[in-house]
Ligand binder design. Structure first.
Ligand code: ARG
Length: 470
């Protein structure tokens, strides 16, 4: 019994062994083992600093670092034994050092607490997570930009209220998603700034009386600054919550896109041919080819939003400084990261491999009076007040509907009946292609402007277009 207590890194004051149920209840090693790389990197930086300030010798530092690297290799190879008695990743690594180096292993925790240690590990982990997600988002943006070239001439009906509204270039649609994911990337970069601050040296909550060179540790771990308040640095997880908010926003954007493509690939819409390798079938209806990947991306958004909610509630009402509640941050954080990574990994190839069904799209473009707004703007351009023009075009649409024709199929007399000054030039804005070409405002679907945007995105994403290579 006492042996179990002695094994613990905090066993000294205890005379009674920990209840098994408590060990099971309080452990975090089952999930925080995933911080091993960060924990070991931070311990190595800490040991080097301890040597620099002469709290340990250079030789002791060498042995500690070498053993830490051994431990890392063993964890990577799946050879390192984990057990619930040792609670978390921090005590596992420290215990392994003591087992291998004897009393020297006991020096690693000099001027350090698990409170500043876990805050440091988590900041390192979130920082790496930000970079991983950012790279995956860039990959997805590249897939959308590649579609712009593939669908260069395609015009799509764009929707409001899920009813056909106005024609736009397919590329304009794809770039809309690039913009959304770009803001997600900017949010991540912003979050990275607040994450990239070193807590180590804050010790349990008050700092330490031992000589520390925190700048040195920050530099070797790539932190931009050191935390200025030990109570704050050990107690807050706002950076992790911010990251999970970024992930939730990405998941929401993915769910918008997934929903759109589920609708577009339905038999009713028939705009998209999803790659079969990214669809699944039905166990009873032999004819079904279902968009399950897209549905799961939409569905998994709920999990990420739930993870965010978990973290928000987790820190609600916590007094300063460290509280064990904070251990619960990891399952939600890890789940949000894993979920969004997994979604991004299938989203990019799905965007790349999906094809637009041009003929079905063209047929839909023909019907629905998508050029009505352009006709109205043409009338406004001739000095007719917007309200009057709106009504005139409304009447023209009604007439075309009654005749079962498109606006451009109405005779000139019909237009002149509304506005006698109109001539043949009225047909210049009718039909999807002309309607798209007539757009002018910056940010519109105007083909020349969209072309500029495509070039800009290629530049941003480091895509070399075939024409620019010699
Ligand atoms: N596993 C703990 C966590 O994730 C590490 C910190 C424990 N600190 C403590 N004073 N019990 O929060």
């Amino acid at each position: 019994m006492v042996a179990t207590v002695a094994k613990k890194i905090w066993g000294g004051v205890f005379s009674e062994a920990t209840d098994r149920r408590v060990e099971q209840f309080t452990e975090s090693i089952s999930f925080d083992w995933r911080l091993y790389e960060q924990d070991i990197a931070a311990s190595i930086a800490h040991a080097q600093m301890l040597a620099a300030v002469k709290l340990i010798t250079a030789e002791e530092c060498r042995q500690l670092c070498q053993t830490l690297e051994q431990i890392r290799a063993e964890i990577e190879q799946g050879k390192f034994p984990f057990c619930t008695e040792l609670e978390d990743i921090h005590s596992h690594v420290e215990r392994a050092l003591v087992e291998r180096l004897g009393p020297l292993g006991g020096k690693i925790h000099t001027a350090r607490s698990r409170n500043d240690q876990v805050a440091t590990d988590l900041r390192l982990w979130v920082r790496a997570g930000i970079d991983t997600i950012d790279a995956a988002l860039a990959e997805l943006q590249r897939a959308f930009v590649a579609r712009c070239d593939a669908d260069a001439e395609v015009i799509l009906p764009a929707y409001t209220h899920l009813r056909r509204a106005q024609p736009v270039l397919a590329a304009h649609y794809w770039l809309a998603y690039c913009e959304k994911f770009q803001r997600d990337r900017q949010r991540l970069q912003d979050c990275r700034k607040r994450t990239n601050v070193l807590p180590l040296g804050s010790a349990a909550l008050a700092g330490t009386s031992l000589p520390m060179d925190r700048q040195m540790v920050a530099q070797s771990l790539g932190f931009a600054e050191v935390s200025a308040n030990s109570l704050d640095a050990t107690s807050d997880r706002d950076f992790a919550i911010e990251f999970v908010f970024c992930l939730a926003m990405i998941a929401l954007h993915l769910s918008n896109w997934a929903e759109e493509w589920i609708i577009w690939s339905s038999t009713e819409f028939d705009f998209l041919q999803l790659p079969e390798a990214f669809c699944t079938g039905s166990s009873i209806m032999p004819q079904k080819i279902n968009p399950d990947v897209l549905e799961l991306i939409r569905g998994k958004t709920a999990r990420v939003a739930g993870d965010l909610q978990t973290l928000l509630m987790l820190i609600k009402g916590l007094p300063l400084a460290y509280n064990r509640d904070l251990q619960e941050d990891k399952p939600a954080l890890l789940d949000a990261f894993d979920t969004v990574s997994a979604c991004l990994q299938v989203a990019a190839p799905l965007v790349e491999k999906t094809r637009l069904k041009r003929q079905a799209i063209e047929e839909k473009l023909e019907r629905g009076y998508l050029d009505a707004t352009n006709l109205m703007e043409h009338l406004i351009g001739r000095g007719i007040p917007q309200r009057t023009a709106h009504e005139m075009v409304g009447r023209l649409v009604r007439e075309a509907m009654q005749r079962g024709v498109a606006l451009r199929e109405l005779a000139l007399e019909a237009f002149r009946a509304q506005e006698p000054s109109l001539g043949e030039e009225v047909y210049d804005v009718l039909g999807a292609e002309r309607a798209v070409a007539s757009a002018r405002s910056y940010g519109s679907t105007n083909p020349a402007l969209v072309k500029q945007q495509i070039a800009l995105w290629k530049q941003r994403l480091g895509i070399v277009s075939p024409e620019s290579t010699p």
